[in-house]
Design a protein around this ligand. Sequence first.
Ligand SMILES: NC(=O)c1ccc[n+]([C@@H]2O[C@H](COP(=O)([O-])OP(=O)(O)OC[C@H]3O[C@@H](n4cnc5c(N)ncnc54)[C@H](OP(=O)(O)O)[C@@H]3O)[C@@H](O)[C@H]2O)c1
Length: 305
Amino acid sequence: MWTKSNIPDQTGKTVIITGTNAGIGFETALALYEAGAHVIMACRNLKSAEQALIKIQEHKGTGTLETALLDLSSLTSVNQFAETFVQKHQQLHLLINNAGVMIPPASKTTEGYELQFGVNFLGHFALTGYLYPLLKTTSGSRIVTLSSLAYLNGVIDFDNLKSEKDYDAMREYCQSKLANLLFSVELQRRIIAAGDHTLSIAAQPGANKTELSRHMSDEAFNKAVERIGELMEPWQGALPSLYAAVADEVAGGKLYGPDRDGGYRGYPAEATITPNALDETVAQKLWNMAEQVTGVYYPKSLYEK
Ligand SMILES: NC(=O)c1ccc[n+]([C@@H]2O[C@H](COP(=O)([O-])OP(=O)(O)OC[C@H]3O[C@@H](n4cnc5c(N)ncnc54)[C@H](OP(=O)(O)O)[C@@H]3O)[C@@H](O)[C@H]2O)c1
């Protein structure tokens, strides 16, 4: 059973985690702070990020913390965050693409994309692309991207990414979480093809009590709990991300999640990736589309497969 007591000393490591003011991101930041890392808490609301920072500092830890503004629903904000970061930092050991939104009322990003696709996938695609040159030159670096079991029901509908057709909140969430996993696996393929050494790893946290369900009615929430069973605490949901981030035995291109009850509960282990997330044709089409939409082109060595 792998828990946060297995995290090796992270002193000297620089880590960015998106969405650390709440839920799984908060617990991930706390654990890495306790282990000695310098954690950049990248959040869309600085006040709430500062409050989370204070809460983390109440714990014993040898790490350091800073907050930074990052709104993944705006590509301008992603660009500003990344530019400020690279001006201040010479190394980036770990990027954890954690932030997410689930089944909001129909809404769009600044650039007009469906919000979940935009925040969960496009924003993180752009962020990772901006930071890749720094990750590539940092020895032992890793990129952890959060997916969800929802990916199992996901399909990328290339004709509906701006909600041109109808809006089905859960369908769009599943699509965004499939996009996260397709991206994580495809990034690893491209890293290998380029001869780079960064690892791209996916994590899915299982079923947890967090604010992700904020847009669900009580009735829908209760029905979901009836179907999937007891929810874990956020600290336990953070374990797959932490495992992917620091364990020696993990490999790039893989998915890690809780080991029991179909991946809903338990402790981190490798999870099977189903064919919808291993489809290279879809992954490449998604990648090309994301580069065009975001204007963030990965280094040429990664681009030319
Ligand atoms: N909880 C689960 O059971 C579960 C299951 C499967 C997958 N996941 C995945 O786990 C990740 C973390 O979710 P969680 O459960 O911890 O949910 P959460 O408690 O709602 O936390 C989500 C975080 O994402 C941030 N965020 C939302 N929109 C953003 C934006 N536009 N820009 C920057 N940050 C933004 C939130 O900030 P605000 O507080 O400002 O909104 C918050 O910090 C997500 O990727 C989610 O899809 C969770």
